[in-house]
Ligand binder design. Structure first.
Ligand SMILES: [Cu+2]
Length: 336
């Protein structure tokens, strides 16, 4: 037990010291995150300097030699009093100026990204307990599509995110790209993000939203424009048609069980809207909002007993025979 705890501690220290940029507001990769990181360092450095000055003054006043016996008449030394007054007034003045500069700096950097900006793509993001529904919007209905938890965007372009929540308050936070934005039931909120370069940026819900709040992660996958275009073209297609007997059986299992009441698979009769759209599930990196890596083993485990992997998730276990479970897992993995 001791050994395990010690190893856990070591892992924690190592991962902190390596300061993984995978999810860090201090490794900005987009304009909004730049502004926030700048603000952070500005506040930290100014406050550190102020603290140092105060500590030095404190040290001087504690160690300064005083006269052994005070003046018996206690006559105030006018010029000394004036000097003390100037120091105190200077301290108060400096505090007021620093606070005003801080307020201005946060106001203007917030203003720079809180206002709607010119953008290309708009994605509607709906926070559910405990996963993210993504609807890519377009002027033509046949250019729209739905996916979940993995937000692909073209690198270098501003993308607008429109937020909605049908249940409780969630908060969208991808620290490498931007600050937090709440998703509030009954209200529309928005955020414009831009990733400077291609990469994968992890984020997670940042407002406690129920028991599986910690398992409500998302990934922003910023791609070179041509890679993004290829991904988008693939997402617009209906699900691939099963090519083997095993995959056909998997599709049949999906359609003839409760799965189809909660999930959509484009091009099939499965049209439920309770859970994530699975039309291209096989192309996603994770299962259940970052809870597990998307692998065949994890997927069978998830379908057999979702409550074990993510207790209280809104997906119930559906009783399937062993071969049916394997077939449906193969089928879902084939949906690239
Ligand atoms: Cu949450």
């Amino acid at each position: 037990m001791r050994g395990l705890a010690a190893r856990g501690y070591l892992v924690a220290v190592l991962s902190l010291s390596s300061c993984s940029p995978l999810q860090s507001a201090l490794a900005p990769e987009g304009d909004t995150a730049d502004a926030i990181a700048w603000l952070f360092w500005f506040f930290t450095i100014v406050c550190a300097v102020v603290w140092l000055i105060v500590m030095v003054l404190l040290w001087i006043s504690l160690t300064r030699k005083r006269p052994d016996s005070p003046d018996p008449q206690l006559k105030p030394d006018r010029s000394r009093e004036r000097r003390i007054g100037i120091v105190i007034a200077g301290g108060i003045g400096a505090t007021v100026v620093i606070l005003a500069v801080f307020t201005g700096a946060s106001f203007f950097s917030n203003k720079s990204f809180a206002e709607p900006r010119p953008h290309g793509l708009t994605i509607k993001i709906t926070g559910h307990q405990w996963w993210w529904q993504l609807n890519y919007e377009a002027h033509q209905a046949d250019q729209t599509f739905e996916t979940a938890n993995e937000i692909h965007i073209p690198a270098g372009q501003a993308v607008r995110l429109d937020f909605e929540s049908p249940d409780v308050i969630h908060s969208f936070w991808v620290p490498n790209l931007a600050g937090k934005q709440d998703l509030i039931p009954g209200r529309f909120t928005e955020l414009t993000i831009r990733a400077d370069k291609a990469g994968i940026y992890r984020g997670q819900c940042a407002e406690y939203c129920g028991i599986q709040h910690a398992h409500m992660a998302m990934y922003v996958v910023a791609q070179e424009p041509q890679d993004y275009a290829a991904w988008r073209a693939q997402q617009l297609k209906p699900a691939v048609v099963p090519k083997s007997a095993e995959l056909r059986r998997g599709q049949q299992v999906f359609i003839s069980n409760a799965c189809a009441l909660c999930h959509t698979i484009g091009g099939t009769s499965a049209g439920g809207h309770v859970g994530p759209d699975l039309t291209h599930f096989g192309s996603r990196m994770t299962i259940a909002a970052g809870t597990a890596r998307n692998s065949f083993g994890n997927l069978t485990g998830w379908i057999a007993d979702p409550q074990h992997i993510k207790p209280y998730t809104r997906m119930p276990a559906v009783a399937l025979s062993g071969p049916d479970l394997i077939a449906v897992s193969h089928y879902l993995e084939s949906l690239k």
